[in-house]
Design a protein around this ligand. Sequence first.
Ligand code: HEM
Length: 173
Amino acid sequence: MAFNITLFIGGTETTQALAILAMDTFIKYPEIQKHLIANPQDIPKALNEVLRFRSPIMSMPRIAKQDFEFKGNLIKKNDLVNLWIGSANHDPAVFPNPDSFDINRDNSKLITFGYGIHYCIGSVLAKLEMRILFEVIFQHMKDIRLQPGTVLKRIPSTVVYCYQELPVIFNRI
Ligand code: HEM
């Protein structure tokens, strides 16, 4: 039962957040939106960059199994440690010029889906869902932009990074 709950929650809010963050990013970068409409084969690498740039799961907690020192800070056994995935995905030592959105960068080291034994079981499914979603969207919609007057509100969470809603307007292709 516990695993079913993890699977259900892990498979719904995350992809919903990614869809909203990807759409918001393609609105903020209209030249990329135009490029993807003309070159749908680049949708997967653009989505990979959204996974790095916006990190739908911002953080994951762990409990320390033993005392250890990390960059001059003592972490004690049983301390709760919050690992900031979104921050690691913007580490300039790993991703040069991390605050620029570059669909051609090497994203082989992104940790959006975690790391090690608990690596996301649904990562391939999430990428497949998003590729199909944006292939269909970009077959029918262009000049996608925010509805004028919209004030984006984040959902109140330090784990999931997403907006409560993203009202858009567009022209039909
Ligand atoms: C953009 C979409 C997604 C993101 C960003 C995401 C992110 C993550 C992250 C960061 C972890 C690691 C948790 C940890 O280390 O404690 C994880 C684990 C997990 N994810 Fe995802 N996930 C996504 C989509 C999905 C989907 C579509 C499913 C299922 C259909 C899923 C099911 C799971 C499950 C069951 C785990 C636990 C794996 C384990 O503990 O061994 N996720 N996910």
